[in-house]
Ligand binder design. Structure first.
Ligand code: ARG
Length: 575
């Protein structure tokens, strides 16, 4: 049987007391039981204050009513009523000891599995063919991958799909350019951005080339075999670049997850047919459009979602309609999630509105998981000194180089180990910087801050973990199932923190907010270091206490490793 979170354990008992005392039914989730920041108090309940009005009684009287009917068994002592009516809970030592000891035999570290697993189609990374990935794609890749890991750990089925921008009019000029100037040797295109820009320049300057490019688009769309083969070369070449970045980053996406825009071509006509049959479309300026309810521009005009352009072609919006329809109707997805930058919020809101009107989202949860921009030190969207967008591959190489300097200072590791560690530290720092802040906010890309050994950084967590591992190596694996004894406040604080892992994972998963897990892991590492300062582990007074502390250290290490793993960050054993 799965254990309840501590806060839920208390919440249920409060709710039961409320029913007995005031004949009032409340969802335990609304019982406002939270971790307390007060000294000597573990959890608190603020319910009496909000219920006072509803029950027409002073909050302290409500609090007293709850306490009078509270059945806590052996979980906690009867709570003290504080201030205007807070209930202050202190957990019983034996109960806490038993709970923490229970984690030792639990490979999920107290994280429950979802009662109703969902099938979640998750769109993330989604870079564009024949262009380098930029930092926006970095964010989507890193956040999307963490969300994938969190959802899978919660027991859901995740269907990742990488919505490559691999179709549209620019491919005419790109194909022509590739045919004009095939790359020399086996090295491939090399610099995708330069290739794209060269094609664009030729298109703008050379009328004959522009004409050929337009004709090429028609050939591509009509399925001309030779044209498709060249197009495929471009896609393969770009995919190789993307895969290199994914491997460098430890992103779980593979070729099997590629569902580029072109994948939805066969479904586009059907999308238009169904929307027309439902009477949702209008012709506007020769284009087939849907005007979803509630979307207007500043002048108050209705905003269209263009389903088919006047020339008969399909664009970004039409493809997204087909995408949503495909994943819900053909693949049975219960959830559609899109990890895409916040500037596309309105696009997705409109796509969802049209899909809902078409009946493609019945019983389906659709959500755009937006994120802010990455800024340079000057507070502007990050660019190179020459003003170009920064290439992701270069950025990651730089991260590893910088990390090498950080770890080289202190280490007695072999050259190979050092390289491995530098990679884990550098890549981890970039990912953690991206994950540890509220994703909706912009963040400043700052090497010094992300590679700092103190503060809420992955380096700090990785060091904390490595330090614990070195203690555990000396303890020679003696934790086993040793019971945890909580004799000191620092032990108790660590135990309480370890028991909150499930809550933290749940909160991060529920609101697709990896930063909540980051904050928790940082708390855990800080709480451990306080424990380690105050409680000798290997030199504990008795063998039982030593085994208990080794157990606490083991649990902390496992929690950090699991937490980092859910974020997609490695925890090297030596650092
Ligand atoms: N390729 C797009 C871009 O780079 C992102 C695609 C996001 N996914 C989607 N289904 N529209 O901006």
């Amino acid at each position: 049987m799965q254990q309840l979170e501590v806060s839920e354990e208390l919440a249920r008992r409060v709710v039961a007391a409320l029913r007995r005392a005031f004949d009032l039914d409340l969802d335990p989730a609304a019982a406002l039981v939270t971790v307390s920041t007060r000294d000597g108090v573990d959890y608190q309940c603020n319910l009496a204050m909000s219920l006072g009005k509803r029950l027409g009684k002073p909050p302290r009287e409500v609090a007293a009513g709850i306490v009078g009917h509270l059945d806590l068994d052996d979980v906690a002592d009867p709570p003290e009523i504080a201030g205007p009516g807070f209930l202050n809970f202190v957990l019983r030592r034996e109960w806490l000891e038993q709970r923490v000891t229970g984690l030792a035999g639990d490979d999920r570290l107290g994280v429950p599995e979802a009662a109703q697993p969902r099938r979640i189609a998750l769109d993330y990374s989604s870079p564009n063919v024949a262009k380098e990935m930029h930092v926006g794609h970095l964010r989507s890749s890193v956040i999307g991958d963490a969300i994938t890991r969190l959802l899978r750990f919660a027991g859901h089925e995740v269907l990742p799909h990488n919505h490559l921008g691999d179709w549209g009019t620019p491919f005419g000029m790109l194909i022509e350019h590739l045919l004009d100037e095939p790359p020399a040797g086996h090295s491939g295109i090399g610099d995708l951005n330069a290739f794209y820009q060269a094609a664009r320049q030729k298109f703008d300057a050379d009328e004959a080339f522009a004409t050929r490019s337009r004709e090429r688009v028609v050939k591509l769309q009509s399925g001309d075999a030779g044209t498709l083969a060249t197009w495929q070369e471009l896609v393969d070449e770009s995919t190789r670049h993307f895969n290199a970045v994914y491997r460098q980053l430890g992103i779980t996406l593979t070729d099997a997850d590629i569902y580029g825009e072109s994948f939805y071509n066969p479904y586009l006509a059907k999308v238009v047919d169904e929307l027309e049959a439902d009477g949702l479309t209008e012709i506007s300026d020769g284009a087939v459009c849907v005007f979803p309810e509630g979307f207007r521009n500043r002048e108050g005009d209705r905003l269209p979602l263009i389903v088919r352009k006047r020339d008969g072609g399909y664009g970004y919006a039409a493809t997204d309609l087909a995408t949503a329809r495909y994943w819900t109707t053909e693949r049975g997805a219960t959830d559609l999630l899109y990890v895409v930058g916040t500037p596309q919020a309105q696009h997705f809101a409109m796509v969802f509105a049209v899909c809902r009107a078409a009946g493609w989202l019945d019983g389906v949860h659709a959500e755009h998981i937006g994120f802010g921009s990455v800024l340079g030190a000057d507070g502007k969207v990050m660019r190179t000194r020459a003003g170009e967008t920064i290439k992701l591959a270069d950025l990651l190489d730089e991260a590893v180089a910088q990390a090498a300097e950080v770890v080289a200072e202190r280490s007695e590791l072999s050259a190979d180990e050092q390289r491995e560690v530098a990679r884990a530290v550098g890549i981890g720092a970039v990912k953690y910087a991206d994950l540890s802040g509220d994703r909706e906010r912009d963040y400043v890309f700052d090497w010094d801050r992300m590679l700092a050994k103190e503060g809420n950084t992955s380096v700090y967590l990785q060091y904390a973990h490595a330090r614990i591992e070195s203690i555990l190596t000396k303890a020679n694996g003696e934790a086993g199932n040793a019971p945890v004894l909580l004799t000191e406040p620092a032990e108790r604080a660590l135990a309480l923190t370890l028991l909150r892992f499930g809550e933290a994972v749940h909160a991060a998963t529920k609101s697709y907010a990896p930063h909540k897990l980051c904050t928790y892991l940082y708390d855990t590492a800080v709480t451990f270091s306080r424990f380690y300062e105050q409680c000798p582990v290997l030199a504990a007074e008795t063998p039982e206490l030593r085994a208990s502390r080794v157990q606490l250290a083991t649990l902390t290490s496992r929690t950090l490793v699991k937490g980092l793993e859910l974020l997609g960050i490695e925890a090297p054993p030596h650092l």
